[in-house]
Design a protein around this ligand. Structure first.
Ligand code: ADP
Length: 744
């Protein structure tokens, strides 16, 4: 099937292609779809107006659906395809279909229309984050990026880097000062050399003095000059060592600050934002990009200053001595600048690709390491090795290609620089032949010229260095500047939660799909235990994610004690909320630290009391070091039941006002589950609890049950009420009873 790339074309671009008068109502947007209703390939455009949706295939109108004729629009994910449907009086009508390449755009447009129908307002393409293209160059943005590496404002990037470098200015200024000191010492070298040769080695005066029997004083002078040379060498060594120390002093402080900055921001990102980026890319930004920026600030930036200073100083001397000669020496500079400017975009693309390849390798590694038990269990080491190999080889190939290109281009720079010296030789040769320049003058000009070629060659390397740095800077600031979509409102306050929760017409969709929750409304009284039930994929965990404010709802509101969650400070909310999940994450550290994780500063007694209440104390004291036993990464040394008890103890100690149990006991066997259930009842008492459980029998303590079905609230009531009703809940209970009978 023809693969179409739509993302470079926004809804507004497409609307320009729609003939006037073929769709009624004010145009909102349009999007492309690539499958016809029979599943064949097509070239379709769906136009969304304020009155309805109109589709065209090959420029001819196919379907028009007016909002007045349908109760709802829906997005359906099919296998390898997706569709937009309208619920009408005569049943569902498929409006358009597409392959996965249009899934995101189609799903977001369905949400845009639903929102328009409910509120009368619609979100713009930008708000929906629909076309991830650079507004300047219209190229597709790299995955997870909000800034285009090619169009990023370099001046402001460097400005920000300079600001970052400010706290380390004393180190950087010291290193620049020491550079000039070593430069001065180096300049003195040839002078002492000349003293040695002219005064002692090739000196008539010295020879005469030796012949007159004063060899002692000549020898002393000779030794002193040699000693002076040695002192200069030692001085150079000390200055260089001091300079390296100054650079290091700035370097390690800066890199820690940079890593703190990036990591701190990543921690603040919402789950939705994080899921757009890969772990490899995030890790690369924290490690590689920060070290590139550190290198730039501590090494390249002082070098730019030093070399530019040298360049200007030697140019001034040359111009003063002989302007024509200065012109010849500097002749390659404009050519060099032009050439650099031309190849810079190419270098940017090259290093951008290298960056992506590196982050892919990181992601693959992370994926393999976190799933290492599955890899071992299924003996897929070879396959994973190949996967890693292929990612690493891709990175290697790109790096080799980049270095090859660089090494081909670099001699061109040298060649351009050398043209200047050829011109210089020609000019000086002519001047000497015409008797207008002495050999001594020629030697002096040659040494000046060699002084200026150093900075020129170094400056020629700048495009490559700057490109690498800019790529890393863009990545870092892209993270640092990321809009915080789940953030405290300006007047967010701390709330002393009593435990009243209200879901008011809540709708939500993940990035690339249709609504997962649709118009959910129910309220929970303080101290109530609510069980959330429904088939797998009904939206139970999503509901809880919204309550924990890992995401904000797209429509409606969730209120705690009458205050919208968006107006409660996240710190206040989370500090009064406790969670026990199906998969308990135990951090590397002692059992004690893991229980006290959410309650820093608690007393030892409190930890032990919580562990006892959670039924964990007995097994903990049997561990080799009791509460001080270090549990490995993910707490592998503990069994499922033990880990769950540690998690319950953690939640108990935290003493939350709202408790969330997401399949807290479903990974346990029935006997262990029974034990853990009893400790859970301790945890549930006197606090609002929202629990999801696959095994419905574990929700027998629930005050009420909320039944979700395909993202909608289907039923709500006590176990008895719902059983009497004979609806979805009844069906689920019956199916489970039958299953357990079969098992028995
Ligand atoms: P349940 O807990 O009832 O099994 P979930 O709330 O986990 O259901 O999921 C509801 C729907 O949302 C499912 O179709 C699932 O595929 C989808 N979903 C869940 N998490 C994500 C996510 N992070 N990104 C995209 N879709 C998701």
């Amino acid at each position: 099937m023809k693969k179409t790339v739509f993302s470079l074309e926004t809804g507004r671009d497409l609307l320009k292609k729609v003939p006037e008068g073929v769709a009624s109502g004010t145009f909102i947007t349009a999007f492309r779809f690539d499958l016809d209703l029979d599943g064949g390939s097509t070239d379709g455009i769906a136009v969304i107006t304020e009155e309805g949706v109109f589709t065209f295939e090959g420029g001819l109108p196919v379907l028009s659906v007016m909002y007045g004729d349908c109760s709802e629009l829906e997005f359906h994910q099919l296998i390898g395809a997706c569709e937009m449907c309208a619920e009408t009086e005569n049943g569902p009508v498929v409006i358009c279909r597409g392959t996965c390449s249009v899934k995101d755009v189609m799903a977001k447009n369905v949400r845009r229309i639903t929102r328009f129908l409910h509120t009368g307002n619609y979100s713009s393409d930008e708000e929906l984050d629909l076309y991830r293209v650079c507004p300047k160059c219209r190229k597709r943005l790299r995955p997870g990026m909000t800034v285009c590496v090619d169009c990023a404002d370099r001046k402001s990037l460097y400005g920000r880097v300079l600001k970052m470098a400010l706290p380390y200015k004393k180190y950087l200024i010291t290193s620049i000062f020491l550079f000039f000191a070593s430069f001065a010492v180096n300049l003195a070298g040839p002078y002492v050399n000349r003293l040695l040769v002219d005064g002692y080695i090739d000196s008539e005066k010295a020879k005469a003095a030796v012949a007159a029997g004063q060899s002692g004083s000549v020898f002393r002078g000779f030794i002193l000059t040699i000693a002076l040379m040695a002192i200069l060498q030692i001085l150079t060594y000390f200055i260089t060592a001091l300079r390296n120390l100054a650079v290091m002093g700035a370097g390690w402080r800066l890199i820690i600050d940079l890593r703190r900055l990036v990591f701190g921001k990543i921690e603040k990102m919402s789950v939705r934002t994080l899921s757009r980026r890969t772990s490899g890319a995030l890790m690369r930004s924290v490690t590689w990009d920060t070290s590139m920026v550190e290198r730039f600030i501590t090494n390249d930036l002082p070098n730019v200053i030093q070399q530019s200073f040298l360049f200007v100083a030697v140019t001034v001397i040359l111009v003063l001595k002989d302007p024509i000669l200065a012109l010849l020496v500097l002749a390659p500079v404009p050519v060099l600048l032009l050439f650099s400017g031309k190849i810079s975009p190419y270098f940017r693309r090259m290093y951008g690709r290298q960056w992506e390849a590196g982050s892919r390798t990181g992601s693959v590694l992370h994926d393999i390491f976190s799933g290492i038990r599955v890899v071992k269990a299924y003996r897929t080491e070879k396959r994973e090795e190949d996967r890693f190999d292929s990612a690493a080889s891709e990175e290697r190939d790109i790096s080799v290609r980049n270095e090859t290109v660089f090494n081909v281009i670099d001699p061109i720079f040298t060649f351009i620089v050398n043209i200047g010296s050829v011109l210089l030789l020609y000019y000086m040769g002519r001047q000497i032949m015409n008797g207008r320049m002495s050999l001594g003058e020629a030697a002096m000009f040659t040494s000046y010229a060699s002084l200026i070629y150093g900075p020129i060659s170094w400056l020629a390397q700048m495009p490559r260095m700057l490109t690498r740095t800019v790529t890393s800077l863009v990545k870092i600031f892209d993270i640092v500047d990321e809009r915080e979509d789940v953030q405290d409102s300006a007047d967010a306050c701390d709330v002393d939660i009593r435990g009243n929760i209200e879901f008011d017409n809540v709708s939500f969709a993940y990035e690339d799909g249709g609504d997962v929750l649709k118009g959910i409304s129910f309220s929970v009284k303080p101290g109530e235990m609510i069980g959330i039930v429904g088939r797998s994929g009904a939206g139970k965990s999503t509901l809880i994610n919204l309550l924990m404010r890992l995401y904000d709802p797209d429509g409606g509101a969730i209120r705690v004690d009458g205050v919208d969650l968006r107006d409660v400070s996240q710190h206040s909310l989370r500090s009064q909320m406790g969670v026990v999940l199906q998969e308990t994450h135990l951090f590397s550290g002692t059992v004690y630290e893991n229980i006290a994780y959410a309650s820093p500063g608690c007393t030892r007694d409190a930890v032990v009391t919580a562990a006892k209440a959670a039924g964990a104390h007995d097994f903990i004291v049997r561990l080799p070091d009791g509460y001080e036993t270090v549990i490995g990464e993910n707490g592998h040394t503990l069994s499922g039941g033990e880990r769950q008890r540690v998690a319950i103890a953690r939640a108990l100690l935290h003493d939350p006002k709202i408790l969330i149990l997401d399949e807290a006991t479903s990974s346990l066997d029935t006997k262990t589950e029974h034990g853990v259930q009893e400790t859970l009842s301790e945890l549930i008492a006197d606090r609002t609890t929202i629990a999801i459980a696959h095994r419905l029998s574990t929700l027998r303590n629930a005050s009420r049950l909320v039944v979700l079905d395909k993202g909608r609230l289907a039923e709500i009531g006590t176990h008895d009420e719902l059983m009497k009703k004979g609806g979805i809940y009844y069906g689920l209970v019956m199916a489970q009873r039958q299953m357990s009978r079969i098992k028995k």
